[in-house]
Design a protein around this ligand. Structure first.
Ligand code: SF4
Length: 243
């Protein structure tokens, strides 16, 4: 089945969990973007000095987390030596350190660290995915690659039937989220900007926890924590707007 294939979301948790697992297997086996396939495999072969002894995943990354998630965090794409190495989204790089530490503080993760696929990390009430599933050169997929991959996010979202709050990390994740939701006009992206969707769900925007942002103080830890605290409030409360 290709990424454009659609299906109705099963309402039953067991069926949705099985469907998510099947979708994950399909994503991992995707070779649709020749440039990205070549890049992810080249990086996995050549490695980087600090990870010379590590096996690299070198494949696409499905989402990770709780099929009954109330919040969905959407990043840009895997990092060449992070997710593309470890095989789990946001795992094994500095951005992931920020994401999972914040999720742990907000009560969504059982541990604050995320270093490899078998590290025991579990999410409860949250799901993490990326707009693009393969590590792109210069961290930037082309518009065509972005569009080719987008149906995977749509299908994942259709199966995450309990999601109330979307947390896009960075403007790219935000735009991907808006495209999937058909949101027009698109409110201006900004940190902790929150947007109520016509169906009562929410977007809570966040700056991306890239080193460019965290090293320069554009994004601080309290700023990042505030996003997940707010997402939890909105995700718990449903469509009412708590303060
Ligand atoms: S970016 Fe998405 S569509 Fe392209 S090869 Fe990777 S998984 Fe497949």
């Amino acid at each position: 089945m290709g990424p454009m294939a659609g299906h109705l979301p099963p309402s039953d948790l067991a069926a949705r969990t099985a469907a998510l697992a099947a979708l994950s297997a399909e994503i991992v086996d995707c070779f649709r973007c020749p440039r990205l396939v070549a890049w992810r495999e080249l990086v996995a072969r050549e490695k980087v000095t600090r990870h010379r002894g590590d096996p690299y995943w070198g494949r696409p990354l499905p989402g990770f987390g709780d099929p009954d998630a109330r919040i969905l965090i959407v990043g840009l794409a895997p990092a060449a030596h992070g997710g593309n190495r470890t095989g789990r989204v946001f795992t094994g790089d500095r951005s992931g350190d920020w994401v999972f530490r914040a999720l742990h503080k907000a009560g969504y993760a059982n541990q604050p660290t995320s270093v490899h696929r078998d590290d025991g990390l579990r999410l409860e009430g949250a799901y993490v995915a990326a707009a693009g599933r393969c590590a792109p050169p210069a961290n930037t997929p082309t518009p065509a690659e972005r569009d080719t991959c987008q149906p995977y996010l749509e299908r994942e979202l259709a199966l995450l039937a309990k999601v109330r709050v979307f947390v896009p990390l960075g403007a790219f994740g935000y735009e991907a989220r808006c495209r999937v939701l058909g949101l027009r006009p698109r409110p201006k992206f900004g940190h902790v900007v929150e947007i109520e969707l016509p169906d009562g769900r929410w977007i809570v925007c966040s700056y991306h926890p890239s080193q460019q942002n965290t090293f320069t103080g554009v994004l601080t830890e309290p700023m990042f924590d505030a996003v997940f605290a707010r997402a939890r409030e909105l995700g718990t409360a449903g469509s009412t707007r708590p303060r």
